[in-house]
Design a protein. Structure first.
Length: 492
């Protein structure tokens, strides 16, 4: 028995040396009470281990005290676009590691010969196993100093940066310098109100409700409202928590999902998040900036607003255990510098605006281990300034080496060019625990103008880069697509 007690007693002595005032039970025990001494020694050792792992985060607890951390009084794992884990198993007192792997397989009924997906940031390749995201990093906290570094590899490190042309301005190739960060910021926490955070660097936007990390979402391929609005910002973020159920963010950023700036004016924005009850969430994001290259007199405004409600919650039920809906609506426009927003006072052919909405219903089963999600939305975007441009020979982005478009048959994105589309999807997810998700999804999307990849693809006649483009060949863009997706996601 003495040999068995030695490690436990040693652990207790160590805990006394490092944290006398907190963890040691100073009550003496008599030699005759061996059983009680063994129990106390185990408790001392466990307290030391809890302090090292910071058990305030492992597992997460519901903090109902009036002075607690904002939103910690709620279980928010039901929210779309939010971390669904109830515990962070490897968290220490000063560092919380984050590891995510997202692998998918998607098949389009059009079977494009070049295996290229058009109009998605979650997907890139058809009929292939695709590592969408392999991410490693974590959050640091020490004496009010905070930082987060989240590295990313996979197709997302190519698919998302290609939608930003700001790196073409000036030197140092920002899309290469930054593409392997999904988040990278440093900051400081002020103990005022219920907390104030000031961060600078690359951070997530949550414009369009869905999270950049698909393991946090109800479904895999989101509707246009989410996929065609910013995933990240680069700049300064100020988070204010006036109360425990209200957050106000202020952004001073380089631009609308840009690494650099198109003009001299920075982008300005805000986010208001309000949860009066655990089962209600209201989010409003608003942005103002100048995001048209060489057109500093053209200003962009965008408002993104979401409402979520969980109207059924029986977490221990083996049948239906939870049910929730989310509704999101967006309105935006570009005006000035020759563009007329919604067309007032100028040639209607120069319209440049954005109207979009999406709605989802998620139903959980078997103690929240399974879920079924159904939803969809619509997008109206004359001027096409928020359309995810096709790639390959249809790519309208500028090649900085030649000063011409990348594609020889570029997709038109002139002021007033119409774009109207809608989508619907349904998905089933299996979540055996907090760290693993397997999702299958069926998605149908249509547009009034040719946009999605048809069987001929968008690269070349045989689907390969480098193949000469003969006279008469054009990228095969079609008005609709139906696809199926299977995704396996792990998060620690």
């Amino acid at each position: 028995m003495k040999k068995r007690l030695l490690p436990i007693l040693f652990l207790g002595i160590c805990s006394h040396a490092f944290a006398q005032d907190t963890y040691v039970n100073t009550q003496t025990t008599t030699a005759s009470n061996t059983s009680g001494g063994k129990t106390q020694a185990k408790e001392v050792g466990q307290r030391f281990l809890d302090a090292f792992l910071d058990k305030k985060k492992h597992p997460r607890s519901i903090d109902t005290s009036a002075a607690g951390e904002p939103f910690a009084q709620y279980d928010l794992t039901w929210l779309n676009g939010n971390d669904r884990r109830h515990e962070t198993p490897f968290a220490t007192k000063y560092f919380t590691p984050i590891v995510m792997v997202d692998v998918n397989y998607t098949a389009s009924l059009a079977h494009p010969i070049d295996n290229t997906v058009i109009g998605s940031t979650a997907l890139a390749r058809n009929n292939e196993v695709e590592v969408s995201l392999a991410s490693l990093g974590g959050e640091f906290n020490y004496r009010n100093v905070r930082a987060k570094i989240q590295l990313q590899l996979g197709t997302r490190s190519t698919v998302v940066p290609r939608n930003d042309a700001s790196w073409n301005r000036g030197g140092y190739n920002l899309n290469t310098a930054y593409r392997y960060f999904s988040e990278a910021y440093a900051g400081y926490h002020f103990n005022k109100m219920h907390g104030i955070n000031v961060d600078a660097g690359i951070f997530m936007s949550y414009v369009g409700l869905f999270s950049y990390y698909n393991c946090e979402n109800w479904t895999y391929q989101p509707s246009f409202t989410s996929d065609n609005t910013p995933w990240f910002f680069n700049g300064v973020r100020i988070q204010l928590f006036p109360t425990r159920n209200l957050k106000q963010e202020i952004w001073i950023i380089n631009g609308w999902q840009t690494y650099g700036k198109f003009n001299s004016m920075p982008g300005l924005g805000s986010q208001t998040t309000w949860s009066p009850k655990e089962y209600i969430r209201v989010v409003s994001n608003n942005y103002f900036g100048a995001d048209v290259a060489n057109n500093p007199k053209c200003f962009r405004f965008h408002s993104d607003n979401s409402f979520l409600v969980r109207f059924y919650n029986r977490p221990e039920s083996k049948g239906v255990s939870r049910s929730a809906i989310s509704v999101t609506g967006d309105l935006g426009f570009q005006t000035g510098g020759g563009l007329g927003g919604f067309g007032a006072g100028i040639n209607p052919g120069k319209q440049s605006n954005f109207l979009c909405w999406m709605a989802y219903h998620n139903l959980w089963f078997d103690k929240n281990h399974f879920s079924w999600c159904i939803g969809g939305g619509m997008m109206h975007n004359p001027g096409r300034y928020l359309v995810l441009y096709p790639s390959g020979d249809a790519d309208p982005n500028i090649n900085p080496a030649t000063g011409t478009t990348i594609g020889t048959h570029p997709y038109s994105a002139n002021p007033g060019d119409p774009f109207d589309a809608w989508d619907m999807s349904t998905s089933l997810s299996w979540m055996p625990n907090d760290f693993f998700t397997f999702t299958i999804q069926a998605v149908h999307r249509e547009s009034a103008q040719p946009y999605f990849a048809g069987h001929g693809g968008v690269t070349s006649p045989d689907g390969y880069n480098g193949t000469p483009i003969p006279t008469g060949w054009t990228p095969d863009l079609v008005k609709h697509e139906t696809r199926f997706i299977a995704a396996m996601m792990v998060r620690f």
